[in-house]
Design a protein. Structure first.
Length: 179
């Protein structure tokens, strides 16, 4: 995680215990990085978010461990389905899709987040968003007014500042009505 810490100028003392997932949640939980492009989930919020993700994507129930979310309200989790091939899952409510990123947790932070930030976090889109709007706060995201799964456009004009909890709830309901 050295590249990640350096890239985001994380100055807190990070102590490895042998369980990187727990170390990230316990030591970095609640941290906002890169001007809000990604946030580490607070341990106290994990139960609530697991329930919300399970409602939206019931097939994945008990098959992941959440650790972060980005400015677009997409959640990242360790995939627990196959230990032989480490994978990070990205739960995207705006498209109602789950994408698999072939990497370990450490590789995700050092390689995907740092070296492939546009593919992973839509960093160029984020820069464009910040030219028109303020960065979303900890419990907020840039949510799609018209979801992409409902024909909405992937443009800045289709985004609005949203309470992330409300956004996921509404998008889950809309998805349920459209399928």
């Amino acid at each position: 995680m050295e590249k990640f810490f350096k890239h985001f100028k994380v100055e807190s003392e990070f102590v490895l215990s042998g369980d990187l997932y727990s170390d990230i949640i316990n030591q970095l939980g609640g941290m906002e990085l890169g001007n809000g492009i990604i946030r580490i989930i607070k341990e106290a919020d994990l139960k609530k978010w697991n329930s919300i993700i399970d409602d939206a994507f019931p097939f994945f129930k008990n098959m992941y461990k959440l650790f972060a979310y980005d400015w677009l309200g997409r959640f990242f989790a360790v995939d627990l389905r196959n230990c032989n091939q480490p994978k990070i899952l990205m739960f995207e409510i705006g498209t109602h899709d789950v994408l698999g990123i072939p990497s370990t947790l450490e590789q995700f932070f050092d390689n995907e987040v740092v070296e492939s930030s546009d593919a992973c976090l839509a960093s160029d889109f984020f820069k464009e968003y910040l030219l028109k709007f303020e960065k979303p706060g900890y419990y907020r995201c840039a949510g799609y007014k018209v979801p992409l799964f409902g024909g909405g456009e992937d443009t800045i004009s289709n985004l609005e500042d949203s309470d992330i909890d409300v956004y996921w709830s509404i998008m889950t309901q809309v998805w349920g009505r459209t399928r």
